[in-house]
Design a protein around this ligand. Structure first.
Ligand code: ZN
Length: 235
């Protein structure tokens, strides 16, 4: 069986527990939540590791490893392992391409608008998010609160392409909705819009920072085209 450890660590004494795939997943999550920069116009300085923590994989960069200091602007300097830098730069390009390709898919293969069911926890947020979604071409049904969602869904004969769980409720409340939806509608994806990096719903494949519509809106298109595979526990 192949060694799945990140090749980055084979060169240093600091043997990490994370695999390359796990590091890529971390980088992807951090880009989508906005905690890693997603631009391409940055300055880079390379050198020996100086023992500080890598912003991509959270492991120390030892003197036997190569460290890249990335400066996305005049005030920020981010230390990364050489290989983590490459994974980050590749992921930035991948996201930009995926977002560009995802834009037209508010319209389904049959030419009709995709339908989104939005669960919000404040009236104001519901109106704002629904307006953004409608302006982007989606059909939107929106409610405030879990109980309203269950009642409306039970009475509705419509097919939905995606569920969106908004921020502004405790994690437990949002999680309860995610569990209920994935049990009742096991084939439909769920996207959680989160107030910040720390409050994402780990059971879901799709999480995004609510404050970054440039990121979450194309993600709506991606998730609405993505069906849950029978082997997956959750959408
Ligand atoms: Zn690293």
């Amino acid at each position: 069986m192949a060694d799945r450890r990140c090749p980055l660590y084979d060169r240093g004494r600091n043997v990490a527990n994370k695999t390359e795939a796990e590091i890529e997943q971390l980088i992807l999550e951090r880009l989508l939540s906005g905690s890693l920069p997603n631009g391409t116009g940055h300055r880079i300085f390379g050198g020996k590791g100086d023992g500080i923590r890598c912003v991509c994989c959270d492991e120390l960069i030892t003197a036997r490893q190569i460290q890249y200091d990335v400066e996305p602007n005049d005030t920020q300097s981010l230390a990364m392992h050489l290989n983590c830098y490459n994974a980050w730069a590749n992921t930035v390009v991948w996201i930009q391409r995926a977002l560009a390709e995802a834009k037209p898919t508010a319209i389904g293969a049959d030419g009709s608008n995709k339908r989104v069911f939005l669960i919000a926890y404040s009236y104001e947020l519901m109106v704002k998010r629904a307006a953004i979604l409608r302006a982007s071409g989606y059909g939107v049904t929106s409610v405030v609160g879990n109980e309203a969602a269950k009642v409306v869904l039970a009475a509705s004969s419509r097919e939905y392409d995606l569920f969106i769980i908004s921020p502004a409720a405790p994690e437990q409340v949002r999680l309860q909705m995610a569990h209920w939806l994935s049990r009742e509608y096991p084939r439909i994806r769920i996207l959680a819009l989160n107030p910040g990096d720390n409050e994402k719903l780990d059971v879901l494949k799709y999480n995004a920072n609510d404050n970054l519509p440039d990121v979450w809106l194309p993600m709506v298109a991606m998730a609405a085209s993505d069906r849950v595979l029978p082997a997956e526990a959750y959408g």
